[in-house]
Ligand binder design. Structure first.
Ligand SMILES: [Cu+2]
Length: 166
């Protein structure tokens, strides 16, 4: 059961035109709202990429968890968490992403302690304007396929992202 809220989200996003992610799309499963899945273009020869979200909102009264993800464009998907270790930003794979009841978990690029989905062994570079599906499996809300938009961000996070090496 999945619903694309594209038109509604675009309308809601209109006052946010200054935002680097002004054109948004979203999906829902049960109590979860998955807001604007996106990925950054990858350089040729790079075998990994990352999927981000404007956020995942749990509108329900029970906590949920993102357990896993798959996509046809990569051999594997891992849930990664960024962590500052001294001056260096590192990432590690985590078994699940916690989605507390009534909370929105931001998953934007460039966040020093944020999460992302890491795409392992990309079959082709991700190009600006591409769209590709990712299937998310949640503990409570079940399985949800979302469409990821590949886009070049225009914002202060660019530098952090360029330094985000897997
Ligand atoms: Cu990563």
């Amino acid at each position: 059961m999945r619903t694309c809220l594209t038109r509604r989200c675009v309308l809601l996003a209109m006052p946010l035109l200054a935002s680097p992610l002004a054109w948004a799309h979203g999906f829902r499963a049960g109590d979860l709202r998955v807001d604007h899945p996106y990925a950054l273009p990858t350089r040729p020869g790079l075998s990994t990429g990352a999927v981000y979200f404007r956020g995942i909102r749990n509108t329900g009264a029970s906590a949920d968890r993102l357990l896993s993800a798959t996509t046809p464009v990569a051999a594997g998907v891992e849930i990664h968490q960024m962590q500052m270790q001294g001056e260096v930003m590192r990432m590690r794979a985590v078994p699940a992403l916690e989605l507390p009841a009534g909370a929105t978990v931001p998953l934007r690029h460039g966040s020093p302690d944020g999460h992302h989905l890491m795409l392992r062994d990309l079959k082709a570079p991700l190009r600006d304007g591409d769209r590709f599906p990712v299937t998310l499996t949640f503990e409570r809300a079940g399985v949800l396929e979302v469409m990821v938009w590949v886009q070049t961000p225009r914002g202060p996070s660019d530098k952090a992202e360029r330094e985000h090496a897997h």
